[in-house]
Design a protein around this ligand. Structure first.
Ligand SMILES: [Zn+2]
Length: 434
């Protein structure tokens, strides 16, 4: 469950179903955070950085195109990771490397002692699209169209632009900033990149705050982590001839019962809890009792307790469906069994809405003239959030749509994008200097 401070409760209650974003009023307008952001934006360093971004804006567009056209399917992010690592190296970051999981990163040293706290700024390398997808970018005016262009390649380009702008403006932060292009954000990756960063990576004990830049919306601040469990269940049986062996148990019947029964589950809308029977496969031929069929399901909730409840119900349904089929038909050639394999597990939680990272990012959104949209979602921030490390997911600026579809697009018109880019940069500075 999202931690229910009073306004967070109000936020949860105004959940907009379409986007899964909380159209909450901005948090209680803490004057201190707003003052901090105003002073950052009024400073010569930030102004110089923004002037640099303005002058070199075309480079963001060019690098968005260049990186989008390097395919990065789940588990096949290496080529894009290497290209991104080369760019981090060329920018003069220290300790540029690809870790054992495939994340690429480089450190921008702050003024504090070596080995001190690190603020991570990450965007994900992977896309949802399989190998062989045409990733050539089509451009119409200020619109770029290609799979993955907004989720999350544009953020990778904006991250590079931030590093250049900080250098051009000679900004030295107090804390070190670790700039990361991470693997494994999308479905099958199950957050493996960020999981590694916090579980085994060499900075794991030094990370004091985490920004994920994911998608375009500059007004959106994801501070709640929607957890998920995903399973692939393979129902197995003896199989046989459809006519000659008629009467034997059929794994498809058990799977069908599972689908029907799962879709009868009632879940709460607050905390939002959902499930989907989403992919099926299997069978041998039209005239055979199948010996194996499989089903994939996705379950999500803002509440760990609700997710656990749903998970238990689903597993009970599978067991009952198997038992029912073993009772309904003959088991003389063998019984039905279910092989339950967990294929996804994303933790639930929330950064406290009172945490500086949420307050300062909301102030950064307001200072750029937007109204903060605070929400819960499933992003790379789920991992730090579940570990109690302050984290938010923010947008790269500009507008976009049709993410996860072949006609994904973003609009790179300069004024709106620059305004949006100012949000992430000022929020990062606020956290790296605080
Ligand atoms: Zn994404």
């Amino acid at each position: 469950m999202l931690r229910l401070s009073r306004y967070a409760l109000a936020a949860v209650l105004t959940l907009t179903p379409a986007a899964g974003v909380l159209a909450a009023d901005a948090p209680a307008r803490p004057a201190a955070a707003d003052r901090t952001l105003q002073s950052i934006r009024a400073g010569a360093g930030f102004k110089a950085a923004m002037a640099y971004l303005d002058q070199t804006y075309d480079r963001v567009v060019d690098e968005t195109i260049e990186l989008t056209e390097i395919p990065a399917p789940p588990f096949k992010e290496k080529a894009r990771g290497e290209a991104y690592m080369a760019k981090l190296k060329a920018l003069g970051l220290t300790d540029v490397e690809m870790d054992a999981e495939g994340n690429v990163m480089g450190l921008r040293r702050g003024t504090g002692p070596a080995g001190g706290p690190v603020v991570v700024f990450a965007a994900h390398l992977d896309t949802v699209f399989p190998a062989g997808t045409d990733v050539k970018v089509r451009r119409e005016g200020t619109k770029l169209m290609a799979p993955g262009v907004g989720d999350d390649t544009h953020s990778l380009a904006v991250e590079l632009a931030y590093i250049r702008a900080l250098d051009a403006a000679k900004i030295r932060t107090k804390k070190d900033i670790l700039f990361v292009g991470n693997v494994g954000e999308e479905g099958p990756g199950d957050l493996r990149g960020v999981r590694y960063l916090f579980g085994k990576g060499k900075y794991k004990d030094r990370i004091s705050a985490f920004f994920s830049m994911d998608g375009t919306a500059a007004d959106r601040i994801t501070y709640g982590a929607v957890g998920s469990r995903r399973y692939r269940v393979t129902f197995k049986g003896p199989g046989g001839h459809s006519y000659g062996a008629f009467g034997l148990v059929n794994p498809m019947a058990a799977m069908g019962t599972t689908v029907v029964e799962m879709n009868r589950i009632k879940t709460p809308s607050d905390p939002k809890t959902t499930y989907m029977t989403s992919v099926v496969g299997g069978g041998t031929s039209v005239n055979s009792i199948p010996n194996a069929v499989w089903l994939e399901v996705d379950m999500r909730s803002e509440s760990a307790a609700e997710l656990a409840k749903l998970d238990a119900k689903f597993l009970a349904i599978v067991k009952d469906a198997v038992d029912a089929e073993n009772t309904a038909r003959s088991t003389r050639a063998g019984r039905i069994s279910a092989d339950v394999k967990q294929i996804g597990d994303r933790p639930t939680g929330a950064t406290s809405p009172d945490a500086p990272i949420v307050q300062l990012t909301a102030a950064a959104v307001r200072a750029a003239g937007y109204r903060p949209e605070l929400g819960a979602s499933s992003t790379d921030s789920n991992i730090p959030i579940s570990l109690g490390i302050p984290a938010v997911t923010i947008g790269s600026g500009g507008t976009g749509g049709r993410a996860h579809s072949l006609d994904e697009w973003i609009d790179v018109s300069k004024p709106e994008n620059l305004r949006g880019m100012g949000v992430g940069l000022s929020a990062l500075l606020a956290m790296a200097d605080g």
